[in-house]
Design a protein around this ligand. Structure first.
Ligand code: ATR
Length: 275
């Protein structure tokens, strides 16, 4: 009896060495009895399009895309979901019917992780810190969960303004950090890259009021500077981005396989292995 060849998936990036995606997808597949093989692939900075074409020729079924190729993945897609188009970036490619379908699961990964952590978004006042690619990628899924408002704060306020214009939704507004002083929020999401370099965005301490939940898209063995700061100033709950990482993978898996994988065991396993 011959064993059927597993469906092939990849994650393309540069660098890619530390990607946890193959582990995450293999656990999802094992638990949901899906026959897949998922590998990471380091792609030359100018070699993204060729890497995708080669993989399609090898009968690849889909791929995740990470830094710095998410915009190129968008340009390469024949069809886009609305969330990918508005995010301006694609992290999930599906190859079928001779076409390349582009999606972006980052924002849904964040939203699912907030829901898992019992954070209610409906009618909430959200503060989104940062106006780069990470912020842009989560705005549509956040808006879809009916918040009261989302204030986008950025050092360079013009970038936050641009995002508001791009999404054209009356619930959105732009702000500088100093103008946050008198405002009150239910959920604060750090979508800046400040934590990656051990920094804290210049947020006034007055915005940490009772019952505020703080989320950092970055994660690591140690609590990020933003989450440490939020805890010190009385945030009721702080959550790092590990659940978002697993969440976006889960949504990609669902897009490809039509099966919703269980995320918590994978989050727990990755958490235990953080160095
Ligand atoms: P990403 O794709 O991770 O979003 P990006 O598009 O380069 O990366 O955006 C980085 C974001 O982090 C920007 O909003 C940036 O603010 P500016 O637009 O004002 O530069 C923000 N950022 C980075 N370091 C920061 C810091 N130390 N304090 C506050 N914001 C910071």
């Amino acid at each position: 009896m011959t064993q059927q060849t597993p469906d092939q998936y990849r994650v393309f990036g540069n660098p890619i060495e530390h990607s946890r995606s193959p582990d995450i997808h293999h656990i999802f597949a094992l638990k949901s009895q899906q026959h897949i093989n998922y590998q990471k692939q380091l792609v030359d900075i100018d070699g993204f399009s060729n890497a995708v074409t080669d993989f399609i020729h090898q009968d690849g079924k889909g791929a995740n895309v990470t830094v710095p190729f998410k915009e190129q993945a968008l340009a390469l897609s024949d069809e886009l979901t609305e969330r990918a188009s508005l995010a301006g970036a694609v992290n999930t490619l599906t190859f079928k019917e001779g076409k390349i379908f582009g999606d972006n699961t980052d924002g849904e990964g964040l939203v699912q992780d907030l829901i898992t952590n019992n954070v209610s978004l409906k009618n909430s006042r959200i503060l989104l810190l940062g106006a780069g690619g990470a912020a842009r990628g989560v705005l549509l899924p956040l808006l879809a969960h009916m918040p009261h408002s989302i204030v986008i704060a950025n050092r360079t306020v013009s970038k936050a303004d641009k995002l508001c214009q791009h999404f054209a939704d009356i619930r959105l507004s732009a702000s500088g950090y100093q103008d946050l002083e008198q405002q009150s929020f239910d959920v604060i999401i750090n979508a800046t890259s400040a934590s990656l370099s051990g920094n804290l965005p210049p947020i006034p301490t007055s915005i940490i009021r009772q019952n505020v939940v703080c989320y950092d898209m970055v994660y690591g063995k140690n609590e990020t500077p933003f989450l440490q700061w939020a805890k010190e100033h009385g945030a009721i709950k702080v959550i790092d981005g590990l659940g978002m990482l697993v969440g976006q993978a889960a949504v990609s898996f669902e897009v490809w396989r039509g099966v919703t994988p269980e995320v918590q065991p994978v989050i727990d396993k990755l958490r235990a292995a953080l160095t």
